[in-house]
Design a protein around this ligand. Structure first.
Ligand code: HPA
Length: 238
């Protein structure tokens, strides 16, 4: 059952809920900071995965890498091969709107994308994929319980970080109302839809394409911690 990307041979090494930051070193940080009885379960390509316990509940954290091709591979294998039921992406995003300030936490309702991922993979013609509604509601409830404000809105999943063609504010923000941009959720949501699983996405705003505010690494860490606590609280309650 090991795959070319994940060296795990036993399904039970994965929890039913996986938190996926883009950066595998974030996965390590989360495991070391928040989980007990941690076991490192994947090393292939340094895409570290860890399974441990949070408030007594088994949870896995594993990196997704950057972009839809990367999260597309890992999340498909987790859902399809390893029996994972819930994936919560915990990432960063750029803000397209002044109301989403750096360090704010966004819970994606949907992801719009120009990507061909859903069409090529599954024949889905839609350019918008939905977050799972139940998982979304669980995450929202966890944020409320912790008293951390969140912005609930549609986001843009882009294949391109360095864009010089066209105007993203005209092409994406005005047309689709996207509050921010990241590079993974559309593929994650498409995989979940195809495989009958649940996926959602929490993001902290790391930079603003409107105000060009800069973040310090310390502030980034604090806001990232809030997002992680929301995701972990959700995992503990599933
Ligand atoms: N673009 C795409 N993905 C991102 C950004 C961005 O500006 N910031 C964080 N993730």
């Amino acid at each position: 059952m090991a795959t070319p990307h994940i060296e795990v041979n036993d399904k039970n090494k994965f929890a039913k809920t996986v938190l996926m930051p883009g950066d595998p070193l974030r996965a390590e940080y989360i495991a070391k900071t928040y989980l007990t009885d941690v076991e490192k379960i994947n090393n292939v390509r340094n895409m570290f995965g860890f399974t441990g316990y949070y408030k007594g509940k088994k949870v896995t954290v594993m990196g997704s890498g950057m972009g839809m091709p990367s999260i597309g591979i890992y999340s498909y294998e987790l859902f399809d091969i390893y029996g994972v039921e819930n994936i919560i992406r915990i990432g960063s995003c750029g803000s397209y709107m002044e109301r989403a300030k750096v360090y704010d936490v966004i819970l994606a309702t949907q992801a719009y994308s120009e990507s061909s991922y859903a069409k090529v993979a599954f024949g889905y013609p839609e350019n918008i994929m939905d977050s799972n509604k139940e998982l979304f509601a669980e995450i929202k409830a966890s944020a409320q319980k912790l008293n951390y404000p969140i912005i609930e809105d549609i986001i843009h999943s882009s294949d391109v970080f360095y864009r010089t063609n066209g105007n993203v504010f005209e092409d994406v923000v005005e047309k689709y109302g996207c509050v921010g941009v990241e590079m993974e959720s559309f593929a994650l949501f498409a995989n979940a839809k195809k495989l009958g699983k649940r996926a959602a996405c929490l993001l902290t705003v790391s930079d603003s394409l409107v105000t060009h505010e800069v973040t310090t690494s310390e502030e980034r860490q604090t806001s990232f911690n809030k997002m992680m606590e929301i995701a972990l609280e959700t995992a503990a309650n599933l």
